[in-house]
Design a protein around this ligand. Structure first.
Ligand SMILES: [Zn+2]
Length: 556
């Protein structure tokens, strides 16, 4: 252990990189860990919680952005900017408060997004697959929804006269954005064409219709994402991709209905119209930039009609929402981090995570943490791992190249038991499975009675010696062959800054996020949105808060 540490320090000393920016928690540019540690402690001691009620909240959700994804994206971001990578911090990692979020659904150990987002925006865990209804509602049982809707953070914000916005890179009706405004028994009911025939015949509202007809306050001020086909009648050619069509069976054009709601309701579907939006003239904007999900960030520039980035949508949303003097609540989802992972592509997932960080940075540059609570979290993790013993500065998407035996930089890749190199990043499940089970005649391994060394491995892995593992099309290897890589069940992080951010501490249930935001707004903690909610005293706020981390620790 000591040798490894000493070797690592020698490698660090040899490694020159671009000076790290001077921010809290950053690595020292001069490698003086002692001085840097003392500076970080001084900053921590000077940290004073902001106990004023929040005026605004921005909730950022990196879909599938587990901690391994954050670490790998941090390194990729640093390397894209010419650094070694490890010393870098993503924008949200500079926020002062961090907690862990336990992400399981009411019925699943490893969760999915509609159940997790319901927990985040309503304060109650529920089943995987349903949106903002309680855990009694079976998946697909539309008749069970009535009376079991859970009030969302955004519905409460509207009841308080705040402006509300939802921004995503997926369809605007997808699980994460959908949980903010829709109440339904099946996350896939994005248009009426996807309802069951009985639900359709009974007039149960699909998610797109719930967005346009959202009864909270004066409706959403901002909805930016994809999913045009769910808003256009079946047979209507898509304006950008004529081979695509609307799919609504009720014949309604929900984009036209949105525009018809008032002279201040706008609908945009391309970059030109997005860029032309005047925040002062655009109090209610629906922006749908693709028939389905938006492009991955790395493909966005090739889009036919042009498409704003997540950062650009975030900035526009803030400019529109902050015109309300009473404040706003905005949700911004980096929705395709998850899609990159499901495809088994760390390249796609990490580039999406880097863009997500850019969106947080753009927001932090435009809001004042004195009155705006910024919360950044993930709904769940994925099975990405960062492993092997790559040397400092090794390309994060590359083969594992460890330091040499003396701990100095090397160019020789590490080899596995079959003599082949391997990548730093891998998945537990997914389409990158390289092995063939009929080439493993020995069958499943069992723990031996006494330690034995595995030898004689000759097959089961691809030869990556001449493969560009950093190419956009490379799929990381997975241990279990699945068409779609799965979510991961370990905790994810919550990063927070601004009024009430100090509530994000310790290990919390995911549903805590809603309650902490309600407390930061100084809203009535009972959850009755319609009641007049006078500003509670500091004592009332404290009484409604959960016991502190230390109280709970010592109560055991
Ligand atoms: Zn997913």
């Amino acid at each position: 252990m000591r040798e490894i540490a000493a070797g690592a320090l020698r490698a660090l000393a040899l490694c020159a990189w671009i000076a790290a920016p001077a921010f809290a928690g950053g690595a020292p540019a001069d490698e003086d860990w002692q001085a840097a540690g003392r500076r970080a402690v001084a900053e921590a001691r000077a940290l004073a919680p902001n106990v004023r009620p929040a005026k605004n909240v921005i909730l950022f959700v990196g879909d599938g952005m587990g901690i391994a994804t954050v670490t790998a994206a941090r390194i990729l971001d640093g390397q894209l900017r010419g650094g070694s990578g490890e010393e870098n911090l993503l924008a949200f990692e500079k926020l002062p408060y961090v907690a862990l979020s336990k992400t399981y659904n009411s019925n699943q150990q490893v969760p999915e997004s509609s159940g997790t987002m319901t927990a985040i925006v309503t304060g109650s865990k529920t089943r995987a697959g349903v949106l903002s209804v309680d855990s009694s509602v079976p998946i697909g049982d539309y008749r069970a929804v009535k009376g079991h809707e859970l009030t969302t953070l955004f519905e409460r914000a509207e009841a308080h006269g705040l402006s509300t916005g939802v921004v995503t890179t997926t369809t605007i009706t997808h699980a994460t954005p959908g949980a903010c405004y829709a109440h339904t028994a099946e996350r896939d009911w994005e248009s009426d064409a996807r309802l069951t025939p009985e639900a359709r015949a009974d007039g149960f509202k699909d998610i797109a219709r719930q967005l346009v007809e959202w009864p909270a306050g004066d409706g959403l001020e901002v909805a930016f994402g994809g999913g045009r086909s769910f808003f256009l009648p079946a047979g209507t050619p898509d304006p950008e991709h004529p081979q695509a069509h609307g799919e609504r069976l009720d014949g309604r054009d929900l984009t036209a209905e949105w525009r018809a709601r008032s002279p201040k309701h706008r609908y945009v579907w391309n970059r030109r119209d997005f860029d032309a939006l005047d925040p002062a003239e655009s109090p209610h904007v629906l922006g749908l930039f693709e028939p389905g999900h938006l492009n991955f960030e790395v493909q966005r520039e090739q889009d036919v009609a042009g498409e704003p980035s997540l950062a650009e949508m975030t900035v526009k949303a803030i400019e529109i929402l902050r015109r309300n003097p009473r404040g706003f609540a905005l949700m911004v989802e980096g929705g395709r981090i998850d899609h990159g992972h499901h495809a088994g592509s760390a390249y796609l997932a990490l580039h999406e995570a880097v863009e997500f960080s850019a969106a947080v940075a753009a927001a932090l540059a435009r809001v004042d943490l004195a009155d705006t609570l910024v919360v950044v979290t993930a709904d769940h993790s994925h099975t990405l791992t960062i492993s092997g013993y790559p040397q400092r500065g090794n390309p994060i998407l590359g083969l594992v190249v460890p330091p040499d035996a003396r701990g100095n930089p090397s160019s020789a890749p590490a080899l596995d038991l079959s003599g082949l190199p391997y990548t730093t990043l891998g998945y537990a499940t997914g389409p990158g499975y390289p092995g063939a089970s009929d080439q493993q005649p020995e069958g499943a391994k069992r723990l031996p009675h006494k330690p034995t060394k595995v030898t004689g491995v000759r097959s089961g892995r691809p030869d990556l010696r001449n493969v560009d593992t950093q190419a956009p099309t490379f799929l990381q290897e997975s241990a279990v062959p699945l068409a779609s890589e799965t979510h991961g069940g370990e905790d994810v992080a919550i990063y927070a800054g601004g009024p009430g951010a100090q509530l994000f501490h310790g290990v919390q249930e995911q549903s805590y996020i809603y309650h902490a935001i309600v407390a930061a707004f100084a809203w009535d903690a009972s959850g009755t949105a319609a009641r007049s909610e006078a500003q509670p005293s500091e004592d009332q706020r404290n009484a409604s808060a959960r016991p502190s981390f230390w109280q709970r620790l010592f109560a055991r």
